[in-house]
Design a protein around this ligand. Structure first.
Ligand code: AMP
Ligand code: MN
Ligand code: MN
Length: 332
């Protein structure tokens, strides 16, 4: 484990040809953090390649310099000496094509993350669950690296932090988050422009998907657990793509009285990507880990195979048990 940012900066400082990546089904934090760190290291004269295992969602394509993040594997001929993963809670998060770099001879694997569930699976691991976003860590790292925060870097970091904190609404938001973000605004970032690009320019398909999601909402008799589901057929009927599902889970959580919200999205026949959220005290990261996933105490996820009703029942059963356990100590 790398315990401080100075040591992390030293490790990164030794890399000459770093390959940077975020996770599959990328979000604002991994895209923004990858782009920001790539720009910083490029500015220091390194030969950097930044990739995303899945396409960059449309809502993040407004970011200046986003074309620096390519999709899939790095271009042929590029031989990285280091593999830097951002926002990846386990090695599978980089996807099957990039996983080869984790134990490729001559390649130093570095993971920079903020999930509570993350184990040290790389050669060097910097994990700070107290950071609201990996973007916060990269902001702090810039000072240790001696890399200036240009406007492009600032816009990327702001977007990373803005999206992972739920627009500065979640518990993870601290005074330190606001201090860092204040500096990013001073560097020229427009909060309204980022907000409009990310949340106010949704595709019509995503609104139709919202309609389908809301139509499927159910809750337990206690009202503490609510869930919604989307099948491949429903998604196909509205012409939606994976990224059109961003944020749908929030509508399930916002129901009065709900503590645990779940969204089951069928990604392949009988394979469900499960998004989990809690409102006040249930540790959904622990819940997700029971199904091989992970995440944060209030936002987590996992993938489960099976028939929809079986998958739903299994998750609800564990959610209800965790509700009983976590409400005892209100410890999460
Ligand atoms: P999502 O519901 O996809 O927005 O994910 C919420 C949080 O859970 C994110 O912080 C993810 O990193 C984490 N997460 C989602 N799916 C998985 C998974 N299959 N394994 C580990 N972590 C996950
Ligand atoms: Mn993420
Ligand atoms: Mn994150």
């Amino acid at each position: 484990m790398v315990s401080d940012l100075r040591e992390l900066a030293e490790v990164i400082g030794r890399c000459e040809r770093p390959l940077l990546t975020g996770h599959i089904m990328p979000d604002g934090d991994c895209i923004g953090s990858v782009l920001a760190l790539a720009l910083m290291l490029e500015g220091q004269g390194k030969s950097v390649r930044a990739v995303s295992p899945d396409p960059v969602p449309q809502i993040y394509r407004f970011l200046p310099a986003i074309e620096r993040v390519s999709v899939g594997v790095p271009p042929a001929g590029f031989e990285p000496d280091s593999f830097i993963m951002l926002d990846c809670s386990d090695p599978e998060r980089v996807g099957p094509d990039l996983a080869v770099y984790l134990d490729k001879p001559g390649v130093t694997a570095i993971n920079i993350d903020h999930h509570v569930s993350t184990r040290p699976f790389a050669h060097y691991n910097y994990i700070d669950p107290g950071a609201s976003a990996v973007g916060e860590i990269i902001y702090d790292l810039s000072f240790e690296l001696g890399a200036p925060i240009t406007y492009e870097v600032a816009a990327s970091l702001y977007t990373a932090i803005f999206t992972d904190t739920g627009s500065f609404r979640y518990d993870s938001t601290t005074s330190g988050t606001h201090r860092r973000v204040a500096r990013l605004i001073e560097l020229g970032v427009s909060p309204s422009e980022v907000n409009t690009a990310v949340y106010e320019e949704r595709s019509l398909e995503s609104i139709r998907l919202l309609h389908a999601t809301l139509g499927s909402v159910e809750r337990t008799p206690s009202g503490l657990v609510a869930w919604a589901s989307l099948t491949i057929d429903q998604e196909a009927a509205v012409g939606a793509t994976g990224e059109d599902g961003e944020g749908l889970i929030n509508y399930v959580r916002m129901i009065k009285g709900v503590e645990v919200a779940a969204l089951f999205r069928e990604t392949e026949p009988s394979v469900f990507k499960v998004s989990l959220r809690s409102k006040r005290f249930v540790d959904v990261s622990a819940l997700a880990q029971e199904f091989g996933g992970g995440g944060h105490p209030r936002a987590a996820g996992c993938t489960i195979s099976g028939a929809l009703n079986e998958v739903t029942e299994a998750v609800i059963r564990v959610a209800e048990r965790r509700l009983a356990e976590d409400s005892d100590g209100r410890s999460a």
